[in-house]
Design a protein around this ligand. Structure first.
Ligand code: NAD
Length: 261
């Protein structure tokens, strides 16, 4: 039997792609939520549609929720899910440290998943990049460049920050101590204990991330290209299927899904 699914941000770029793939991935669309000006656009899906998340969650049978909205909205979804006990998969980026702390607390009350990037390739990179940083050693400078479409609201991308964090782990650094997200003017020489994270924005690029390991006389570049959003949408649905029967207790991530499914 298909699993019930509610989508928060169903009219958005990610939400609409997830709605389109849901049935194929074994879900029944049990409810769609977006802002009032977009609900009419969602009527053709033939399921309950509203701008009132609380009403949809309460009216729908037990369902897993996927949220691709914005940080404050997704946090509210998590508070609501924690009250009602729905499993929740969040794909939103741009959370502050305080937001993440609250998500971790809410994950003790309801099954909660958050991943800034749902792609298998990016998550394999999270395993590979720290090992490369460690193997190459301190003689190699670490840099990250990301490219996204011109509608993206946060920078650097959540994925760039997470990948850079993994590179920092390979050097036993804390990313917040070594991240450099802008260079301009008389910057002086590049400190060895630094990870530059640069941002490019334009057109319809779904997401490109390049990790640089730059030494004397050679460099390694590893680039991940997301060809479309479908990859992320299928990853979110795979996470939702995995979360359906999970217990609360920790903030799950795509690493858990890849490791234990
Ligand atoms: P989008 O702007 O196209 O979609 C967001 C949707 O949320 C819109 O339809 C908007 O109307 C809706 N929304 C806003 N406030 C709402 C509210 N209060 N209630 C209900 N709906 C509301 O954005 P997008 O490109 O789909 O990206 C959404 C988020 O997902 C961003 O944070 C983005 O960085 C992130 N993202 C993550 C991944 C991943 O793999 N984890 C992949 C792509 C995008």
């Amino acid at each position: 039997m298909n699993k019930n699914l509610i989508i928060m941000g169903a009219a958005g770029r990610m939400g609409s792609m997830i709605a389109g793939l849901a049935e194929e991935e074994g879900f029944h669309l049990a409810g769609l939520v977006d802002r009032p000006e977009y609900t009419a656009k969602l009527a053709h899906w033939g399921c309950p549609v509203s701008s009132d998340a609380a009403a949809v969650f309460a009216a729908c049978p037990p369902a897993v929720i996927i949220d691709f909205t914005a940080p404050e909205v997704a946090l509210n979804t998590a508070r609501l899910a924690a009250r009602l006990g729905n499993p929740l998969v969040i794909g939103v980026t741009g959370f502050t440290a305080e937001h993440k702390h609250e998500l971790e607390q809410l994950a003790l009350k309801t099954p909660l998943f958050w991943s800034p990037n749902m792609s298998v390739g990016v998550n394999v990179l999270l395993d590979v990049l720290p090992r490369l940083a460690r193997l190459l050693g301190p003689g190699y400078d670490l840099e990250m460049v990301e490219i996204h479409h011109n509608k993206k609201k946060d920078a650097p991308s959540g994925t760039a920050l997470r990948l850079a964090e993994s590179m920092a782990e390979g050097r036993d650094w804390k990313l917040s101590d070594v991240a450099c997200c802008a260079r301009e003017g008389q910057t002086g020489e590049r400190p060895a204990a630094q990870i530059g994270i640069q941002t490019v924005r334009g057109g319809d690029v779904a997401g490109v991330h390049t990790a640089y390991f730059i030494g004397q006389g050679e460099r390694i570049e590893i680039t991940h290209h997301a060809h479309s959003r479908e990859n992320f949408a299928r990853g979110a649905l795979r996470a939702a299927a995995w979360m359906y029967d999970k217990k609360p207790g920790k903030l799950y991530s795509i690493q858990d899904v890849l490791t234990y499914s």
